[in-house]
Ligand binder design. Sequence first.
Ligand code: NDP
Length: 449
Amino acid sequence: MSSIMHEKIEAIYRQIVNRNPGEVEFHQAVKEVLDTLGVVLIKHPEYLDQKLIERICEPERQIIFRVPWVDDKGEIHINRGFRVQFSSVMGPYKGGLRFHPSVYLGIIKFLGFEQIFKNALTGMPIGGAKGGSDFDPKGKSDAEIMRFCQSFMIELHHYIGEHTDVPAGDIGVGGREIGYLFGQYKRLTNKFEPGVITGKGMAYGGSLVRKEATGYGLVYFTDMMLKMKGESFEGKTVLVSGSGNVAIYAMEKVAQLGGKVVACSDSDGVIYDADGINLDTIKLIKEQQHKRIKEYASYHPKAMYKEKGVIWDIPCDVALPCATQNELNTKHAETLIKNGCICVTEGANMPTTPDAISVLQSNGVLYAPGKATNAGGVATSALEMQQNACRDTWTFDYTDARLQTIMRGIHQTCYETAEEYSVPGNYLIGANIAGFCRVANAMIPLGLI
Ligand code: NDP
C-alpha cells in the first residue's frame, strides 16, 4: 500500500476514534477492517470520494433505553438496553441481542459493525445490527428472566418488525429468552408476526438447524479450510472454548467428522477429558440445568477441572474459540503454535486479538475470522425468516444442506478474493474485502444515504 493511502486510512480511523471515545472494542473492529482495505481503495477511488468508510462506520440509528424490572424479592433494578441499527442497505437490520454485565455501547457497536460484513458475506438480503443489555442472567430465576425480557421488549418493540429490524440471540440470550421476548412482542402488537425475531422454538415458528447453525457452520468452514491443505478433522485433537450455544454444536459436528474435542470451558474454568468430551453431559448441564461446567467432573471422574485455567495451554491440532471477544491473545497463540496447532477458526466474534492473528498467520497457522466462519447462525436465521414469510417448515436435512451450501459459498468468496488481491490463503483479508465491497456496491446506487 502506498504511504499516501496509508495516511488517508489512518486519518479516517483517527476521526472515528475521536467521534466514539472510549469504545475500544469498536475501535479494534474498525481498525481490523480498515487495515486490510488499502488495496481496494486504490482500485476503487470512488469509495473514498463517496466517503463510504465514514458512512459505514456511523450507525444509521442508535437506541439506548431504560429497562426497569423487579426481582423475586420485590427489589427494583434498572438496566440499560441497546439496539444499534448499523446498516439497512442490503435488507432489514439483522443481528443478535447480548445479555451480559460487560455490555456497553462499545461492545454493541463492535458487534453491529462486524455484523454488516458478515451478513453481506452470506449473500442473503439482510442488513446489520446488534443489541442487548448489561443485565446479568447468571443466577436469576426463570421468573426474573421473564420479567426482564418483557420489560426489555416493551421499549424495543417500537423499533423492530419483520421488514425493519429482526433481532435474535447471542451471549446470554438463548431459546428461553427468545420465547419470552417474542411472547411480549405478540401481546404488545396484537400480531402473530414470527418474522420479527429468529431463534424461535419449533412450537411457535422456529427453524430446524437454527440452534445448531453457528457451531455446525463453523466446523463446515474449518473442514473446507483443512481440505484445501489436504487435511481433515479425522483423528484431530480439538479445543473448543466456551460451553454455550456455539461451542456445544461445534463440538457435536467435530465429533461427527471424526475429530476428538478434549476440552471446553466457561468463564470460571476449563474441563479436560482425554477420552473426548461427552456431549450429552454438557447438554444436560448447560442446556437443561443452566449450571457451571465444573459439574462435568462429577459425572466423569477421570476428567479434570481447572478453576481459572487457560484452555489454550492444552495441546491440540485445531483450536475453535467460541466464547467471547479477545479470549485468545499473543501468549496463547504462541503456546498453540509450540504445541503443534495447525488451524484456528473463530466461532465467537473477534475472539483473537490483532497481535495474536499476526503471530498465527506469520507461523503458517490456518486462520479465518468470525465474520466469515460464524456466519452460519445468521444465515440460518435468514432461512427461518424465509420459512416464516411463506408459512412453511423445512426438514432438518434440507435446511442443513442449505447451510452447507451457504458456508461453501462464503469459503469460496473469501478464498477467491484473497487470491484476487495476491494474498492467497489469507481469509482475513478475503473476508474483509469481499464483505466491504458488497456493502459499498449496494450503497452507491442508492444515493447519499
Ligand atoms: P452463550 O451465552 O450460549 O455461551 C457463551 C459461552 O462463552 C459460555 O460458556 C460463557 O461462559 C462463555 N463466556 C462468555 N463470556 C466469557 C468470558 N468473558 N470469559 C470466558 N468465557 C466466557 O453464547 P453463544 O454461544 O451464543 O455465543 C458465543 C460467541 O459466539 C459470542 O462471541 C457470540 O457473539 C458469537 N456468535 C453467536 C452466534 C449465535 O448464533 N449464538 C452467532 C454468531 C456468533 P459463562 O457461562 O461463564 O459466561
